[in-house]
Design a binder for this molecule. Structure first.
Ligand SMILES: Nc1ncnc2c1ncn2[C@@H]1O[C@H](COP(=O)(O)OP(=O)(O)OP(=O)(O)O)[C@@H](O)[C@H]1O
Ligand SMILES: [Mg+2]
Length: 544
Protein backbone atom coordinates (compact mmCIF):
# COMPACT_ATOMS: atom_id res chain seq x y z
CA UNK A 1 0.00 0.00 0.00
CA UNK A 2 1.34 3.42 -0.86
CA UNK A 3 0.97 5.76 2.00
CA UNK A 4 1.99 9.31 2.19
CA UNK A 5 2.76 9.75 -1.50
CA UNK A 6 3.82 13.10 -2.76
CA UNK A 7 3.48 16.26 -0.74
CA UNK A 8 2.50 16.45 2.86
CA UNK A 9 -0.36 18.84 2.21
CA UNK A 10 -2.71 17.05 4.53
CA UNK A 11 -0.37 15.54 7.11
CA UNK A 12 -1.98 17.70 9.72
CA UNK A 13 -5.32 16.03 9.28
CA UNK A 14 -4.31 13.01 11.28
CA UNK A 15 -3.59 13.54 14.91
CA UNK A 16 -0.83 11.02 14.81
CA UNK A 17 0.81 10.26 11.51
CA UNK A 18 2.25 6.97 12.68
CA UNK A 19 -1.34 5.77 12.97
CA UNK A 20 -1.90 6.08 9.23
CA UNK A 21 -1.16 2.49 8.33
CA UNK A 22 -3.33 1.24 11.15
CA UNK A 23 -6.11 3.55 10.15
CA UNK A 24 -6.12 2.48 6.51
CA UNK A 25 -5.97 -1.12 7.63
CA UNK A 26 -8.92 -0.52 9.94
CA UNK A 27 -10.85 1.02 7.04
CA UNK A 28 -9.97 -1.86 4.73
CA UNK A 29 -11.19 -4.37 7.29
CA UNK A 30 -14.17 -2.29 8.38
CA UNK A 31 -15.56 -2.00 4.87
CA UNK A 32 -14.94 -5.56 3.69
CA UNK A 33 -18.51 -6.85 3.46
CA UNK A 34 -19.71 -10.24 2.28
CA UNK A 35 -23.13 -9.34 0.82
CA UNK A 36 -23.94 -7.00 -2.07
CA UNK A 37 -22.57 -3.53 -1.42
CA UNK A 38 -22.33 -0.23 -3.22
CA UNK A 39 -18.87 1.07 -4.00
CA UNK A 40 -18.56 4.65 -2.89
CA UNK A 41 -14.87 5.22 -3.48
CA UNK A 42 -11.46 4.70 -1.96
CA UNK A 43 -10.01 5.77 1.37
CA UNK A 44 -7.55 8.64 1.25
CA UNK A 45 -4.24 8.52 3.06
CA UNK A 46 -2.88 11.26 5.30
CA UNK A 47 -0.87 12.48 2.33
CA UNK A 48 -4.03 13.05 0.35
CA UNK A 49 -3.69 10.04 -1.92
CA UNK A 50 -6.53 7.67 -2.69
CA UNK A 51 -5.83 4.05 -1.81
CA UNK A 52 -7.79 1.63 -3.99
CA UNK A 53 -6.63 -1.12 -1.65
CA UNK A 54 -8.89 0.38 0.98
CA UNK A 55 -12.24 0.69 -0.81
CA UNK A 56 -15.20 2.25 0.97
CA UNK A 57 -18.46 0.34 0.53
CA UNK A 58 -22.03 0.62 1.68
CA UNK A 59 -23.91 -2.68 2.15
CA UNK A 60 -27.26 -2.72 0.31
CA UNK A 61 -28.77 -4.55 3.27
CA UNK A 62 -28.40 -1.51 5.54
CA UNK A 63 -29.74 1.06 3.14
CA UNK A 64 -33.10 0.95 4.89
CA UNK A 65 -31.26 2.25 7.94
CA UNK A 66 -31.34 5.52 6.07
CA UNK A 67 -28.65 8.09 5.46
CA UNK A 68 -27.48 11.63 5.10
CA UNK A 69 -25.52 13.20 2.26
CA UNK A 70 -24.35 16.64 3.34
CA UNK A 71 -21.91 19.33 2.31
CA UNK A 72 -21.54 22.94 1.27
CA UNK A 73 -22.49 24.12 -2.21
CA UNK A 74 -20.47 22.61 -5.01
CA UNK A 75 -18.73 19.96 -2.91
CA UNK A 76 -20.19 16.93 -4.70
CA UNK A 77 -23.51 16.02 -3.06
CA UNK A 78 -25.42 15.68 -6.30
CA UNK A 79 -22.70 13.59 -7.92
CA UNK A 80 -22.69 11.32 -4.88
CA UNK A 81 -26.41 10.91 -5.24
CA UNK A 82 -25.93 10.18 -8.92
CA UNK A 83 -23.36 7.48 -8.38
CA UNK A 84 -25.41 5.91 -5.61
CA UNK A 85 -28.52 5.88 -7.81
CA UNK A 86 -26.54 4.26 -10.63
CA UNK A 87 -25.30 1.40 -8.53
CA UNK A 88 -28.66 0.84 -6.90
CA UNK A 89 -30.32 0.66 -10.30
CA UNK A 90 -27.72 -1.77 -11.64
CA UNK A 91 -28.21 -3.80 -8.47
CA UNK A 92 -31.94 -4.12 -9.16
CA UNK A 93 -33.10 -1.50 -6.66
CA UNK A 94 -35.61 1.15 -7.78
CA UNK A 95 -34.65 4.68 -6.84
CA UNK A 96 -36.61 7.85 -6.35
CA UNK A 97 -34.90 11.19 -6.49
CA UNK A 98 -35.96 14.79 -6.60
CA UNK A 99 -34.04 16.70 -9.24
CA UNK A 100 -34.25 20.24 -8.01
CA UNK A 101 -31.70 21.90 -10.27
CA UNK A 102 -32.31 19.68 -13.27
CA UNK A 103 -28.78 18.26 -13.15
CA UNK A 104 -29.79 14.66 -12.45
CA UNK A 105 -31.51 14.02 -15.77
CA UNK A 106 -28.04 13.06 -17.02
CA UNK A 107 -28.57 9.69 -15.34
CA UNK A 108 -30.45 8.67 -18.48
CA UNK A 109 -27.46 9.15 -20.81
CA UNK A 110 -23.95 7.66 -20.87
CA UNK A 111 -21.27 9.91 -19.41
CA UNK A 112 -18.60 11.56 -21.50
CA UNK A 113 -15.11 10.29 -20.99
CA UNK A 114 -12.39 12.83 -20.27
CA UNK A 115 -9.04 13.14 -18.53
CA UNK A 116 -10.51 14.29 -15.23
CA UNK A 117 -12.81 11.30 -15.07
CA UNK A 118 -10.06 8.93 -16.07
CA UNK A 119 -7.74 10.38 -13.44
CA UNK A 120 -10.38 9.99 -10.74
CA UNK A 121 -11.28 6.49 -11.88
CA UNK A 122 -7.67 5.45 -11.79
CA UNK A 123 -7.18 7.06 -8.37
CA UNK A 124 -9.97 5.11 -6.79
CA UNK A 125 -9.53 1.88 -8.74
CA UNK A 126 -12.75 2.21 -10.73
CA UNK A 127 -13.28 0.49 -14.06
CA UNK A 128 -15.19 3.41 -15.57
CA UNK A 129 -17.64 2.62 -18.32
CA UNK A 130 -19.97 5.19 -19.82
CA UNK A 131 -23.50 3.99 -19.01
CA UNK A 132 -27.02 5.39 -19.31
CA UNK A 133 -29.60 4.17 -16.81
CA UNK A 134 -33.34 3.46 -17.00
CA UNK A 135 -34.94 6.74 -15.92
CA UNK A 136 -38.58 7.72 -15.73
CA UNK A 137 -39.16 11.46 -15.58
CA UNK A 138 -41.91 12.94 -13.45
CA UNK A 139 -43.06 16.49 -12.88
CA UNK A 140 -45.26 18.01 -10.21
CA UNK A 141 -48.68 18.59 -11.67
CA UNK A 142 -47.24 18.69 -15.18
CA UNK A 143 -45.12 21.77 -14.48
CA UNK A 144 -41.95 20.98 -16.40
CA UNK A 145 -41.02 17.85 -18.32
CA UNK A 146 -42.28 14.56 -16.94
CA UNK A 147 -45.37 12.50 -16.25
CA UNK A 148 -47.48 14.65 -13.91
CA UNK A 149 -47.67 13.66 -10.27
CA UNK A 150 -50.89 14.77 -8.59
CA UNK A 151 -52.46 13.97 -5.27
CA UNK A 152 -56.05 14.27 -4.23
CA UNK A 153 -56.67 16.62 -1.35
CA UNK A 154 -58.23 13.77 0.65
CA UNK A 155 -55.13 11.69 0.34
CA UNK A 156 -52.72 14.59 0.86
CA UNK A 157 -54.35 15.22 4.20
CA UNK A 158 -54.66 18.23 6.47
CA UNK A 159 -51.20 18.24 7.98
CA UNK A 160 -49.21 18.49 4.76
CA UNK A 161 -51.70 20.90 3.30
CA UNK A 162 -51.52 23.15 6.35
CA UNK A 163 -47.76 23.28 5.88
CA UNK A 164 -48.12 24.40 2.26
CA UNK A 165 -50.76 26.95 3.21
CA UNK A 166 -48.63 28.39 6.00
CA UNK A 167 -51.37 27.85 8.55
CA UNK A 168 -50.66 28.43 12.22
CA UNK A 169 -51.38 25.74 14.81
CA UNK A 170 -54.98 26.79 15.47
CA UNK A 171 -55.74 27.00 11.78
CA UNK A 172 -54.01 23.65 11.24
CA UNK A 173 -56.17 21.90 13.78
CA UNK A 174 -59.23 23.60 12.30
CA UNK A 175 -58.29 22.30 8.86
CA UNK A 176 -57.97 18.88 10.48
CA UNK A 177 -61.59 19.22 11.63
CA UNK A 178 -62.74 20.10 8.14
CA UNK A 179 -61.10 16.93 6.83
CA UNK A 180 -62.59 14.95 9.68
CA UNK A 181 -65.99 16.28 8.76
CA UNK A 182 -65.58 15.46 5.08
CA UNK A 183 -64.14 12.03 5.85
CA UNK A 184 -67.01 11.17 8.15
CA UNK A 185 -69.58 12.29 5.65
CA UNK A 186 -67.76 10.48 2.86
CA UNK A 187 -67.34 13.73 0.93
CA UNK A 188 -64.52 13.20 -1.53
CA UNK A 189 -62.05 16.06 -1.54
CA UNK A 190 -60.42 15.43 -4.87
CA UNK A 191 -59.24 18.91 -5.73
CA UNK A 192 -58.80 22.33 -4.13
CA UNK A 193 -62.27 23.49 -5.10
CA UNK A 194 -63.78 20.51 -3.29
CA UNK A 195 -62.12 21.60 -0.10
CA UNK A 196 -63.10 25.19 -0.73
CA UNK A 197 -66.71 24.24 -1.17
CA UNK A 198 -66.77 22.25 2.06
CA UNK A 199 -65.13 25.05 4.04
CA UNK A 200 -67.46 27.53 2.40
CA UNK A 201 -70.44 25.42 3.31
CA UNK A 202 -69.32 25.14 6.92
CA UNK A 203 -68.80 28.89 7.09
CA UNK A 204 -72.24 29.57 5.60
CA UNK A 205 -75.58 29.94 7.32
CA UNK A 206 -76.60 26.44 6.15
CA UNK A 207 -73.54 24.86 7.61
CA UNK A 208 -73.97 26.47 10.98
CA UNK A 209 -75.46 23.43 12.67
CA UNK A 210 -72.81 21.11 11.28
CA UNK A 211 -70.13 23.57 12.27
CA UNK A 212 -71.42 23.66 15.80
CA UNK A 213 -71.62 19.88 15.99
CA UNK A 214 -68.05 19.65 14.78
CA UNK A 215 -66.91 21.86 17.64
CA UNK A 216 -63.61 23.71 17.81
CA UNK A 217 -63.87 25.30 14.38
CA UNK A 218 -64.83 28.95 14.42
CA UNK A 219 -66.49 30.64 11.48
CA UNK A 220 -63.67 33.21 11.56
CA UNK A 221 -60.96 30.55 11.19
CA UNK A 222 -62.96 28.87 8.45
CA UNK A 223 -62.94 32.25 6.71
CA UNK A 224 -59.16 32.52 7.01
CA UNK A 225 -58.67 29.02 5.62
CA UNK A 226 -61.00 29.82 2.76
CA UNK A 227 -59.04 32.93 1.86
CA UNK A 228 -55.79 30.97 1.96
CA UNK A 229 -57.27 28.34 -0.32
CA UNK A 230 -58.42 30.96 -2.79
CA UNK A 231 -54.97 32.54 -2.82
CA UNK A 232 -53.50 29.06 -3.23
CA UNK A 233 -55.66 28.41 -6.28
CA UNK A 234 -54.67 31.78 -7.68
CA UNK A 235 -51.05 30.66 -7.47
CA UNK A 236 -51.90 27.74 -9.74
CA UNK A 237 -52.25 25.06 -7.07
CA UNK A 238 -55.08 23.38 -8.94
CA UNK A 239 -52.50 21.75 -11.21
CA UNK A 240 -51.08 19.71 -8.34
CA UNK A 241 -54.22 18.39 -6.73
CA UNK A 242 -56.81 16.16 -8.26
CA UNK A 243 -56.99 13.12 -10.43
CA UNK A 244 -55.60 10.91 -11.78
CA UNK A 245 -53.77 10.55 -8.51
CA UNK A 246 -50.24 9.23 -8.66
CA UNK A 247 -49.94 5.60 -7.63
CA UNK A 248 -46.74 5.40 -5.60
CA UNK A 249 -46.29 1.73 -6.50
CA UNK A 250 -45.13 3.12 -9.86
CA UNK A 251 -41.92 4.06 -8.05
CA UNK A 252 -41.10 0.41 -7.44
CA UNK A 253 -40.53 -0.73 -10.97
CA UNK A 254 -37.76 -2.91 -12.34
CA UNK A 255 -36.88 -3.15 -16.06
CA UNK A 256 -38.41 -6.33 -17.47
CA UNK A 257 -36.68 -6.81 -20.80
CA UNK A 258 -33.77 -5.77 -22.95
CA UNK A 259 -30.15 -5.34 -22.00
CA UNK A 260 -30.98 -3.76 -18.67
CA UNK A 261 -33.53 -6.36 -17.59
CA UNK A 262 -33.55 -6.60 -13.82
CA UNK A 263 -32.28 -3.06 -13.27
CA UNK A 264 -34.20 -0.80 -10.95
CA UNK A 265 -36.00 2.12 -12.58
CA UNK A 266 -34.79 5.53 -11.41
CA UNK A 267 -37.76 7.85 -10.94
CA UNK A 268 -36.54 11.37 -11.36
CA UNK A 269 -38.93 14.07 -10.18
CA UNK A 270 -38.00 17.15 -12.17
CA UNK A 271 -38.58 20.11 -9.89
CA UNK A 272 -36.74 22.94 -11.62
CA UNK A 273 -40.04 24.42 -12.83
CA UNK A 274 -41.32 24.63 -9.24
CA UNK A 275 -37.99 25.49 -7.61
CA UNK A 276 -39.52 28.68 -6.27
CA UNK A 277 -42.22 26.74 -4.40
CA UNK A 278 -40.16 24.85 -1.85
CA UNK A 279 -43.04 24.29 0.59
CA UNK A 280 -45.09 22.71 -2.12
CA UNK A 281 -42.49 20.31 -3.42
CA UNK A 282 -41.06 19.37 -0.05
CA UNK A 283 -44.49 18.45 1.28
CA UNK A 284 -45.18 16.48 -1.89
CA UNK A 285 -42.02 14.49 -1.29
CA UNK A 286 -43.28 13.73 2.18
CA UNK A 287 -46.66 12.73 0.78
CA UNK A 288 -45.01 10.26 -1.57
CA UNK A 289 -43.15 8.75 1.34
CA UNK A 290 -46.19 8.62 3.61
CA UNK A 291 -48.25 7.07 0.83
CA UNK A 292 -45.62 4.43 0.17
CA UNK A 293 -45.59 3.75 3.85
CA UNK A 294 -49.22 2.80 4.00
CA UNK A 295 -49.18 0.70 0.91
CA UNK A 296 -46.09 -1.39 1.39
CA UNK A 297 -46.06 -4.66 3.32
CA UNK A 298 -43.73 -5.24 6.24
CA UNK A 299 -40.57 -7.06 5.29
CA UNK A 300 -38.06 -8.64 7.63
CA UNK A 301 -34.33 -8.40 7.12
CA UNK A 302 -33.50 -7.59 3.56
CA UNK A 303 -30.59 -8.29 1.19
CA UNK A 304 -31.35 -5.07 -0.60
CA UNK A 305 -33.94 -2.34 -0.20
CA UNK A 306 -37.28 -2.24 -2.05
CA UNK A 307 -36.68 1.40 -2.86
CA UNK A 308 -34.22 4.11 -1.96
CA UNK A 309 -35.73 7.55 -1.69
CA UNK A 310 -33.46 10.60 -1.87
CA UNK A 311 -34.94 13.69 -0.28
CA UNK A 312 -32.94 16.60 -1.62
CA UNK A 313 -32.94 20.09 -0.06
CA UNK A 314 -34.26 18.41 3.06
CA UNK A 315 -33.94 21.55 5.16
CA UNK A 316 -36.97 22.95 3.32
CA UNK A 317 -39.10 20.29 4.89
CA UNK A 318 -37.98 21.08 8.40
CA UNK A 319 -37.86 24.89 8.25
CA UNK A 320 -40.62 26.39 10.32
CA UNK A 321 -42.27 23.00 10.81
CA UNK A 322 -44.52 22.50 13.82
CA UNK A 323 -43.66 19.96 16.50
CA UNK A 324 -46.46 17.72 15.26
CA UNK A 325 -45.13 17.89 11.72
CA UNK A 326 -41.61 17.05 12.85
CA UNK A 327 -42.93 14.14 14.87
CA UNK A 328 -44.72 12.85 11.80
CA UNK A 329 -41.53 12.99 9.76
CA UNK A 330 -39.66 11.22 12.50
CA UNK A 331 -42.28 8.51 12.77
CA UNK A 332 -42.57 7.97 9.03
CA UNK A 333 -38.82 7.64 8.67
CA UNK A 334 -38.61 5.27 11.64
CA UNK A 335 -41.43 3.03 10.51
CA UNK A 336 -40.77 2.91 6.77
CA UNK A 337 -37.52 1.11 7.49
CA UNK A 338 -39.42 -2.10 8.24
CA UNK A 339 -41.01 -1.81 4.80
CA UNK A 340 -37.61 -2.02 3.18
CA UNK A 341 -37.45 1.61 2.07
CA UNK A 342 -34.29 3.61 2.64
CA UNK A 343 -34.54 7.38 2.94
CA UNK A 344 -31.48 9.51 2.28
CA UNK A 345 -31.66 13.15 3.22
CA UNK A 346 -29.53 15.52 1.18
CA UNK A 347 -28.74 18.86 2.74
CA UNK A 348 -25.94 21.28 3.55
CA UNK A 349 -25.20 20.43 7.16
CA UNK A 350 -26.49 17.81 9.60
CA UNK A 351 -27.74 20.75 11.65
CA UNK A 352 -30.54 21.14 9.09
CA UNK A 353 -31.99 17.85 10.25
CA UNK A 354 -33.74 17.63 13.65
CA UNK A 355 -31.88 15.50 16.19
CA UNK A 356 -34.60 12.84 16.36
CA UNK A 357 -34.43 12.29 12.62
CA UNK A 358 -30.66 12.58 12.44
CA UNK A 359 -30.30 9.88 15.07
CA UNK A 360 -32.00 7.47 12.68
CA UNK A 361 -29.67 8.09 9.76
CA UNK A 362 -27.21 5.24 9.97
CA UNK A 363 -25.19 5.99 6.84
CA UNK A 364 -23.32 9.23 6.38
CA UNK A 365 -21.52 10.84 3.46
CA UNK A 366 -20.30 14.24 4.60
CA UNK A 367 -18.72 16.44 1.97
CA UNK A 368 -16.69 19.55 2.72
CA UNK A 369 -18.03 22.28 4.97
CA UNK A 370 -17.06 25.91 4.92
CA UNK A 371 -15.87 27.77 7.98
CA UNK A 372 -16.14 31.39 6.88
CA UNK A 373 -18.47 32.77 9.51
CA UNK A 374 -18.96 32.12 13.24
CA UNK A 375 -22.23 30.44 12.24
CA UNK A 376 -20.29 28.11 9.90
CA UNK A 377 -17.85 27.33 12.66
CA UNK A 378 -20.70 26.37 14.95
CA UNK A 379 -22.24 24.13 12.30
CA UNK A 380 -18.85 22.54 11.73
CA UNK A 381 -18.39 21.75 15.43
CA UNK A 382 -21.91 20.36 15.60
CA UNK A 383 -21.23 18.17 12.56
CA UNK A 384 -18.02 16.81 14.05
CA UNK A 385 -19.85 15.91 17.24
CA UNK A 386 -22.25 13.68 15.28
CA UNK A 387 -19.47 11.41 14.01
CA UNK A 388 -18.08 8.40 15.84
CA UNK A 389 -14.65 8.87 17.37
CA UNK A 390 -11.84 8.56 14.89
CA UNK A 391 -8.17 9.27 14.40
CA UNK A 392 -8.96 12.25 12.18
CA UNK A 393 -9.03 15.82 13.24
CA UNK A 394 -12.45 16.15 11.64
CA UNK A 395 -12.76 19.84 12.28
CA UNK A 396 -9.77 20.42 10.09
CA UNK A 397 -10.39 17.63 7.62
CA UNK A 398 -13.98 18.65 6.88
CA UNK A 399 -12.88 22.08 5.75
CA UNK A 400 -10.08 20.67 3.60
CA UNK A 401 -11.87 17.93 1.70
CA UNK A 402 -11.52 18.21 -2.06
CA UNK A 403 -14.48 18.30 -4.42
CA UNK A 404 -15.95 14.82 -4.72
CA UNK A 405 -14.37 13.75 -1.45
CA UNK A 406 -16.24 12.99 1.73
CA UNK A 407 -15.98 11.73 5.25
CA UNK A 408 -17.94 8.49 5.35
CA UNK A 409 -19.28 6.19 8.02
CA UNK A 410 -21.95 3.58 7.34
CA UNK A 411 -23.46 0.64 9.15
CA UNK A 412 -21.83 -2.72 8.73
CA UNK A 413 -23.96 -5.72 7.79
CA UNK A 414 -24.23 -6.37 11.51
CA UNK A 415 -25.48 -2.85 12.10
CA UNK A 416 -22.38 -1.45 13.79
CA UNK A 417 -20.89 1.86 12.62
CA UNK A 418 -17.88 1.42 10.34
CA UNK A 419 -14.65 3.36 10.95
CA UNK A 420 -14.81 6.96 9.78
CA UNK A 421 -13.15 7.11 6.38
CA UNK A 422 -11.86 10.05 4.39
CA UNK A 423 -13.01 8.92 0.96
CA UNK A 424 -12.49 9.99 -2.62
CA UNK A 425 -15.75 9.22 -4.36
CA UNK A 426 -16.05 7.32 -7.61
CA UNK A 427 -17.10 9.16 -10.75
CA UNK A 428 -20.67 8.72 -12.00
CA UNK A 429 -20.81 6.69 -15.22
CA UNK A 430 -23.75 8.59 -16.60
CA UNK A 431 -23.74 12.15 -17.88
CA UNK A 432 -22.71 14.76 -15.29
CA UNK A 433 -24.98 17.38 -16.88
CA UNK A 434 -28.62 17.65 -17.85
CA UNK A 435 -29.65 15.77 -20.97
CA UNK A 436 -31.01 17.68 -23.95
CA UNK A 437 -34.54 18.98 -23.46
CA UNK A 438 -35.62 17.20 -26.64
CA UNK A 439 -34.24 13.86 -25.43
CA UNK A 440 -36.06 14.29 -22.17
CA UNK A 441 -39.31 15.17 -23.88
CA UNK A 442 -38.93 12.14 -26.16
CA UNK A 443 -38.46 9.90 -23.13
CA UNK A 444 -41.60 11.31 -21.53
CA UNK A 445 -43.64 11.03 -24.72
CA UNK A 446 -42.66 7.40 -25.09
CA UNK A 447 -43.55 6.48 -21.52
CA UNK A 448 -46.75 4.53 -20.87
CA UNK A 449 -46.88 6.11 -17.41
CA UNK A 450 -47.15 9.52 -18.98
CA UNK A 451 -50.11 8.26 -20.98
CA UNK A 452 -51.78 7.25 -17.75
CA UNK A 453 -51.17 10.50 -15.89
CA UNK A 454 -50.98 13.19 -18.57
CA UNK A 455 -54.62 14.29 -18.67
CA UNK A 456 -56.19 15.75 -15.56
CA UNK A 457 -59.72 14.54 -14.97
CA UNK A 458 -62.43 16.25 -13.00
CA UNK A 459 -64.92 13.77 -11.63
CA UNK A 460 -67.93 14.59 -9.59
CA UNK A 461 -66.86 15.18 -6.02
CA UNK A 462 -67.67 17.41 -3.08
CA UNK A 463 -67.60 20.60 -5.15
CA UNK A 464 -69.92 19.39 -7.86
CA UNK A 465 -72.26 17.80 -5.37
CA UNK A 466 -72.43 20.82 -3.16
CA UNK A 467 -72.72 23.11 -6.18
CA UNK A 468 -75.53 21.02 -7.62
CA UNK A 469 -77.26 21.03 -4.29
CA UNK A 470 -76.92 24.76 -4.05
CA UNK A 471 -78.29 25.24 -7.56
CA UNK A 472 -81.16 23.02 -6.63
CA UNK A 473 -81.99 24.85 -3.43
CA UNK A 474 -85.72 25.26 -3.32
CA UNK A 475 -86.29 22.37 -5.73
CA UNK A 476 -86.71 19.76 -3.11
CA UNK A 477 -85.07 16.42 -3.62
CA UNK A 478 -83.25 17.45 -6.75
CA UNK A 479 -80.05 15.76 -5.74
CA UNK A 480 -81.79 12.50 -5.01
CA UNK A 481 -83.30 12.48 -8.48
CA UNK A 482 -79.95 12.31 -10.20
CA UNK A 483 -79.75 8.86 -11.78
CA UNK A 484 -76.90 6.50 -11.15
CA UNK A 485 -74.44 6.55 -14.01
CA UNK A 486 -75.61 9.91 -15.26
CA UNK A 487 -72.77 12.22 -16.26
CA UNK A 488 -71.34 14.52 -13.66
CA UNK A 489 -72.62 18.05 -13.87
CA UNK A 490 -70.40 20.38 -15.81
CA UNK A 491 -68.18 21.85 -13.13
CA UNK A 492 -68.50 25.59 -12.91
CA UNK A 493 -65.19 27.40 -12.57
CA UNK A 494 -66.36 29.79 -9.90
CA UNK A 495 -67.68 28.49 -6.62
CA UNK A 496 -71.34 29.16 -6.14
CA UNK A 497 -72.49 31.41 -3.40
CA UNK A 498 -74.13 29.51 -0.57
CA UNK A 499 -77.88 29.17 -0.88
CA UNK A 500 -79.92 31.97 0.59
CA UNK A 501 -82.36 29.84 2.56
CA UNK A 502 -82.49 26.20 3.34
CA UNK A 503 -83.52 26.13 6.96
CA UNK A 504 -86.49 23.83 6.66
CA UNK A 505 -84.54 21.12 4.88
CA UNK A 506 -82.66 18.26 6.53
CA UNK A 507 -78.86 18.63 6.70
CA UNK A 508 -77.64 19.18 3.20
CA UNK A 509 -74.80 16.77 3.55
CA UNK A 510 -77.09 13.97 4.70
CA UNK A 511 -79.16 14.51 1.59
CA UNK A 512 -76.15 14.56 -0.63
CA UNK A 513 -74.67 11.46 0.91
CA UNK A 514 -77.95 9.67 0.46
CA UNK A 515 -78.10 10.31 -3.27
CA UNK A 516 -77.44 7.50 -5.73
CA UNK A 517 -75.16 9.74 -7.75
CA UNK A 518 -73.09 10.36 -4.69
CA UNK A 519 -72.91 6.67 -3.86
CA UNK A 520 -71.80 5.77 -7.33
CA UNK A 521 -69.22 8.51 -7.21
CA UNK A 522 -67.84 7.24 -3.95
CA UNK A 523 -67.59 3.73 -5.32
CA UNK A 524 -65.61 4.90 -8.28
CA UNK A 525 -63.48 7.10 -6.07
CA UNK A 526 -62.41 3.89 -4.39
CA UNK A 527 -63.62 4.89 -0.97
CA UNK A 528 -66.40 3.40 1.04
CA UNK A 529 -69.40 5.46 1.80
CA UNK A 530 -70.48 5.58 5.38
CA UNK A 531 -67.10 4.49 6.61
CA UNK A 532 -64.79 7.13 7.87
CA UNK A 533 -61.57 7.44 5.93
CA UNK A 534 -58.68 6.32 8.09
CA UNK A 535 -55.74 8.62 8.20
CA UNK A 536 -52.19 7.62 8.71
CA UNK A 537 -49.32 9.22 10.61
CA UNK A 538 -49.23 12.27 8.42
CA UNK A 539 -52.95 12.55 8.12
CA UNK A 540 -52.62 11.19 4.62
CA UNK A 541 -55.42 8.85 3.65
CA UNK A 542 -55.68 5.37 2.27
CA UNK A 543 -57.37 5.23 -1.06
CA UNK A 544 -56.74 1.83 -2.55
N1 LIG B 1 -17.81 11.98 -7.59
C1 LIG B 1 -17.45 12.91 -8.48
N2 LIG B 1 -16.88 12.55 -9.63
C2 LIG B 1 -16.51 13.46 -10.56
N3 LIG B 1 -16.71 14.78 -10.41
C3 LIG B 1 -17.28 15.21 -9.29
C4 LIG B 1 -17.68 14.30 -8.28
N4 LIG B 1 -18.22 15.01 -7.28
C5 LIG B 1 -18.15 16.30 -7.65
N5 LIG B 1 -17.59 16.43 -8.87
C6 LIG B 1 -17.38 17.72 -9.58
O1 LIG B 1 -17.78 18.80 -8.74
C7 LIG B 1 -18.86 19.53 -9.32
C8 LIG B 1 -19.87 19.92 -8.25
O2 LIG B 1 -20.48 18.76 -7.73
P1 LIG B 1 -22.04 18.69 -7.38
O3 LIG B 1 -22.83 19.30 -8.43
O4 LIG B 1 -22.31 17.28 -7.02
O5 LIG B 1 -22.06 19.61 -6.09
P2 LIG B 1 -23.24 19.87 -5.05
O6 LIG B 1 -22.71 19.64 -3.70
O7 LIG B 1 -24.43 19.08 -5.46
O8 LIG B 1 -23.50 21.40 -5.24
P3 LIG B 1 -24.86 22.26 -5.00
O9 LIG B 1 -25.01 22.37 -3.53
O10 LIG B 1 -24.52 23.56 -5.64
O11 LIG B 1 -25.95 21.51 -5.65
C9 LIG B 1 -19.42 18.62 -10.40
O12 LIG B 1 -19.97 19.34 -11.44
C10 LIG B 1 -18.22 17.80 -10.83
O13 LIG B 1 -17.48 18.48 -11.79
MG1 LIG C 1 -26.33 19.67 -6.06
Amino acid sequence: MTIGGTGARRLGTLRNVTDTTDQLEAIRAGYAFTGPAMQLGAAVSAGGQACPEAPVHLPLSVMNRHGLVAGATGTGKTKTLQLMAEQLSAGGVPVFLADIKGDLSGLAAPGVDNDTIQARAQDVGQHWQATGFPVEFFSLGGQGTGAPIRATITSFGPQLLAKVLNLNETQTSSLGLVFHYADQRGLALLDVKDLRSVVQYLASAEGKADLKELGGLSAATAGVILRQLIAFSDQGADAFFGEPEFDTSDLLRVVTDGEQAGWGVISCLELSAVQDRPKLFSTFLMWLLADLFHDLPEVGDIDKPKLVFFLDEAHLLFNGASTAFLESIEQTVRLIRSKGVGVFFVTQTPKDVPANVLAQLGNRVQHALRAFTPEDAKALKATVSTFPKSGYDLEELLTQLGTGEAVVTVLSERGAPTPVAWTRMRAPQSLMAPIEASAMQAAVDGSPLNGRYAEAIDRESAYEILAARVQGAGQEGRVQEVQEGSPAPEPAREPKRPPARQKEEPGMVQQVVGSTAFRSMMRSAGTVIGREITRSIFGTARRR
